[in-house]
Design a protein around this ligand. Structure first.
Ligand SMILES: Nc1ncnc2c1ncn2[C@@H]1O[C@H](COP(=O)(O)OP(=O)(O)OP(=O)(O)O)[C@@H](O)[C@H]1O
Length: 639
């Protein structure tokens, strides 16, 4: 067996070599160390010390002591391996736990992330909604405020207009009052003028009466004059005497005329005055009429202004009501805004809490990942150590080990042993390792790494081999071959008895172990690729047993140069110590079934014939090669 690094190539070969020689004794010690050490803790230094421990050689030829030392060493190694296996189990348990807790945490984290995302989306939608509301509210507010300011401005304008109007109304009222007062004074004047007119008319009437009286007096005077003239005539005679009387009468007449003229002029002046008074009255009346019309106009305009004022007051009241409503609406909107902001704050708080929780979970996940990485590193280290220890044990057991298996007598052989007696030593030292053959009274003793008695089962033989299979999985090259004379049981040991699954041989059992390990190590990141090739060496010639160009006939031993006629197979060794047979058919395999099928195919292709010792003798050397390519992607990632 040759060691190779991890993740490299490894090869497990099984061979069956025909030959007629027995093997000599082996130098490897027995491997039956017990667990006398109980539970002991090892440190890396202890393990290294144990591995580097050199055998104390007081007496080089004291094999017993050396053997005891070796046994003790093996015991300690076994304890160490058991400790290591426990450690490995605990590591893998811890790894499983950590993985499950990591998965849980990751699930939780994902759930929290999802929740957070949903919440964030909800919050974002709420925030967007709120913001939209807020903007619409602010827009509304701005609009309302602008409307309010416009309303206030219009209100102010209306108030100013009202004030102006009130002012103009008061001036108009003042004017009206003044006009009314003037009208009153004009009325008073008119009434006084009327009184004066009446008085003047009375005066005129009295003057006319007086004039009439004067006229009547004048007529009486004239009548008197006539009577006087008659008297003149009568009194002509008494003219002289009456002349004085006449002059007097004339003077009184002149005086009366004068009086009449004065009265006439007075009447004229009175008439002029009356005319003036009439004109004045007309003027006053026209003034009063204009004032009345103005008053009516101003009354109309006052009414109009009053109605406008009423309208404006109504409008103002409406606007004030609207303003009050808008104020209330603004208050409600502000309250809504405050509650929305409070909600937003609560949402922010819950979002920050969730974020803190998420960060905590992430920290936990990181911590778990770190611990997992630590554990995985420990597992890698442990795995390396286990491989080292395993290899050490195998080295201690012997890199080359030879087992002896005695097959039972076959039914057709009866009890004939041709004078040979096989016995097994009973001494502790050689127990299970020694065999004694007595022939013709001569005793021959042989020692092997292990001797399997005829009743040893295939399972028992495989237990010894399984450690080598593990080595192949660990990356070491392993070769197992059966050697013995014809009919000694090589094919039986390697392949088993066809149709008897409980008697299956080392090859199918090894393959089962390999595929089981492949399966069990898959969760730890191990990936194995397997390739199978099978050849037969018959009369120093190689035959490819998996070649599809088969030219050998089954059941008869034939001398065929190789699988394909004319094809020459050559054995090559590369720099890495790998051995290849050129042009050999190599088949990728995924399962035991596939290998079983190929084995069956190979078995049918083999050269088989009858020998004296074996009805179904193989007549050739059969080499089954399994190439394992193991890669741990997790380790590659970690390393
Ligand atoms: N341990 C065993 N128990 C029972 N039967 C056995 C055992 N070993 C061998 N046999 C039987 O002995 C016979 C011969 O064995 P086998 O064919 O394996 O020998 P061989 O070494 O392969 O012979 P050859 O070299 O001629 O091919 C077979 O019938 C096989 O079943």
């Amino acid at each position: 067996m040759v060691g190779t690094p991890i993740n490299g190539r490894t090869r497990l070969s099984f061979g069956a070599v025909n030959g007629g020689h027995d093997l000599g004794p082996s130098s490897a010690p027995p491997s039956n160390a017990g667990s006398d050490y109980g539970i002991i803790e090892f440190t890396r230094e202890d393990v290294e010390a144990l591995l580097n421990e050199k055998a104390k050689r007081k007496d080089r030829f004291n094999y017993k002591e050396r053997c005891e030392n070796m046994m003790d060493y093996i015991k300690r190694l076994k304890v160490c391996i058991r400790w290591f296996q426990d450690l490995e189990i605990s590591y893998s348990l811890e790894q499983e736990k950590l993985k499950s807790s990591l998965e849980l945490a990751q699930q939780k984290c994902t759930e929290i992330e999802l929740l957070l995302k949903i919440k964030e989306e909800e919050l974002n939608s709420i925030i967007v909604e709120m913001r939209r509301n807020c903007t619409s509210l602010q827009e509304k507010l701005v609009k309302e405020e602008s409307e309010k300011t416009a309303a206030a401005e219009s209100h102010l304008k209306e108030r100013e207009a009202r004030l102006n109007f009130e002012r103009s109304q008061s001036t108009l009222q003042e004017d009206l009052g003044r006009a009314q007062r003037e009208l009153q004074s004009a009325n008073q004047k008119i009434s006084s003028l009327n009184d004066m007119y009446k008085r003047l008319q009375d005066y005129i009437t009295s003057l006319q009466q007086y004039n009439g009286k004067l006229h009547s007096e004048l007529s009486t005077v004239e009548n008197e004059l006539k009577r006087v003239e008659k008297e003149k005539a009568t009194v002509l005679e008494s003219l002289t005497m009456l002349k004085g009387q006449l002059t007097l009468s004339m003077a009184s007449q002149e005086e009366a005329t004068k009086q009449k003229d004065a009265l006439a002029s007075e009447v004229t002046s009175l008439r002029v005055e009356l005319q003036h008074a009439r004109d004045d009255r007309d003027h006053q009346l026209s003034q009063a009429q204009t004032l009345t019309s103005e008053l009516e106009k101003s009354k109309d305009s006052t009414e109009k202004s009053c109605s406008e004022l009423n309208k404006l007051t109504l409008r103002t009241n409406e606007l004030e009501a609207k303003c009050a409503l808008q104020d209330e609406r603004i208050k409600v909107l502000q309250e809504q805004l405050t509650t929305a902001e409070e909600k937003l704050q609560v949402c922010d708080i819950s979002a920050s809490e969730t974020r803190i929780e998420y960060e905590g979970q992430q920290k936990l996940v990181h911590e778990l990942q770190r611990r997992l990485a630590d554990a995985e590193n420990k597992v890698i280290e442990g795995e390396k150590l286990r491989k080292e220890l395993h290899n050490n044990i195998l080295e201690l057991k012997g890199n080359i080990r030879v087992f002896c298996r005695v097959r039972p007598l076959l039914p057709d052989e009866g009890s004939s042993t041709e004078g040979k007696i096989i016995s097994y030593p009973t001494s502790m030292e050689a127990s299970g390792r020694g065999i004694e053959l007595t022939q013709n009274g001569q005793k021959h003793s042989f020692t092997y790494d292990k001797v399997f008695a005829p009743d040893a089962s295939q399972e028992e033989v495989f237990i010894e081999i399984s450690q080598l299979v593990q080595s192949a999985l660990d990356g070491y090259k392993v070769c197992i071959f059966a050697y013995g004379q014809t009919g000694s049981g090589k094919t039986y040991t390697m392949m088993g008895r066809p149709g008897h699954p409980e008697e299956k041989g080392l090859i199918p059992r090894s393959l089962e172990q390999i595929f089981q390990t492949k399966q069990s190590q898959q969760p730890q990141g191990w990936k194995y690729e397997m390739q199978v090739s099978m050849l037969e060496i018959y009369n120093e010639t190689i035959r490819d047993l998996l070649s599809t160009n088969k030219s050998s006939s089954e059941g008869t031993p034939t001398r065929v140069e190789n699988g394909t006629p004319g094809k020459q197979y050559t054995i090559k060794h590369d720099a890495n110590g790998n051995t290849h047979v050129s042009d050999l058919t190599v088949v990728d395999v995924q399962s035991v079934k596939e290998v079983a099928f190929l084995l069956n195919q190979a078995a049918n292709s083999r050269s088989v014939g009858k020998t004296q010792m074996n009805e179904q003798s193989s007549r050739s050397h059969f080499v089954f090669t399994l190439r394992l390519y193991g890669v741990n992607e997790v380790w590659l990632f970690l390393l």
